[in-house]
Design a protein around this ligand. Structure first.
Ligand SMILES: Nc1ncnc2c1ncn2[C@@H]1O[C@H](COP(=O)(O)OP(=O)(O)OP(=O)(O)O)[C@@H](O)[C@H]1O
Ligand SMILES: [Mg+2]
Length: 280
């Protein structure tokens, strides 16, 4: 992967990922840690949005981030592909590792990083281009145009959209339904073959049928990719994720564990109150 190569060449600051959250989370049992926050703080001006986050995210699993509005879920996602760089008031302290390399080291190229760590947003946002050109976009930017037709088809198949659009590849992506547009955005995100896909409430603007397709797709994607997904929907987090991180007001990560444990027997009363709908 381009990012990995570009950043690991320097060698000096590579470190082995360590699990720094409660040792009994068993995250190791799910495979290698790909992303790890260590004492991560984020501020917007004087306001702190994330407070001392320690979070190891396992490779090729689905990790859900849940918590009430304003607790910093989107802020965390945006740290992982350095989208917060685009917000002038945002300041990041602490460490955030990707395969042991600190993403905030000076030699990290955020543009290359975003190829390795793709993102899908709440509102489907296809470009005002054809279906084909949407999916081909990232490939053309990287000049990966060999066998472009096959690559576009493959991404659309992996996004479970091919059968619905194969006869209309040159019509506008904006003419698709909301759920199809979101799967198109997922196809666009996976076409350049990232390692991680960040999703910020990817189904919250969709109807139940489209939501269910996205949920199936997320589970499927975790066979090839690491998925980190923000959701407000508890049932969705419980259904689709392997690990769940619960953020609460103040930008604090209160509990992180196997999803089943979080939903069946959380350690913290505040987490239980949140997931049973007593607040938030
Ligand atoms: N661009 C910004 N400028 C200033 N403050 C911001 C900015 N983005 C977020 N914040 C603040 O940071 C805190 C965390 O916001 P964030 O969007 O990460 O929360 P969230 O958990 O994603 O919420 P929601 O569930 O509503 O999407 C909030 O207090 C928010 O007001
Ligand atoms: Mg958000």
């Amino acid at each position: 992967m381009s990012f990995q190569n570009e950043t690991t060449e320097t060698g000096e600051s590579i470190r082995q990922p360590q699990t720094t959250v409660p040792e009994d989370t068993g995250v190791e049992s799910l495979g290698e840690t790909i992303i790890e926050a260590e004492n991560l703080d984020v501020f917007y001006g004087d306001e702190q949005a994330l407070n001392d986050i320690n979070l190891p995210i396992p490779e090729q699993q689905v990790t859900a981030l849940i918590g009430p509005s304003g607790c910093g879920k989107s802020t965390f996602l945006r740290c992982v592909n350095r989208m917060n760089d685009l917000i002038t008031s945002a300041r990041v302290e602490g460490n955030l590792y990707f395969r042991g390399k600190n993403l905030y080291d000076e030699d990290v190229d955020p543009v290359a990083l975003r190829r390795t760590v793709g993102m899908v947003f709440q509102e489907p946002n296809p470009f005002p281009k054809s279906i084909y050109d949407n999916v081909a976009y990232g490939l053309r930017v990287q000049d990966k145009v060999e066998n472009l037709d096959e690559q576009v088809e493959d991404a659309l198949r992996r996004a479970a959209l091919w059968d619905e659009v194969k006869d209309q590849l040159h019509t506008s992506g904006l003419d698709l339904s909301g759920g199809q547009q979101q799967r198109l955005c997922i196809a666009r995100a996976i076409a350049p073959d990232p390692e991680v896909i960040l999703m910020d409430e990817p189904a919250s603007a969709l109807d139940p049928v489209a939501t269910s397709k996205i949920e199936d797709l997320i589970e499927d994607l975790a066979k090839d990719y690491t998925v980190v997904v923000v959701t407000h929907n508890m049932q969705q987090a419980a259904r689709i994720s392997d690990m769940t991180a619960v953020f609460l007001t103040g930008g604090e990560l209160v509990e992180y564990d196997h999803t089943q444990k979080i939903f069946e027997n959380p350690e913290h009363q505040r987490v239980e109150d949140y997931i049973t709908g007593k607040f938030g």
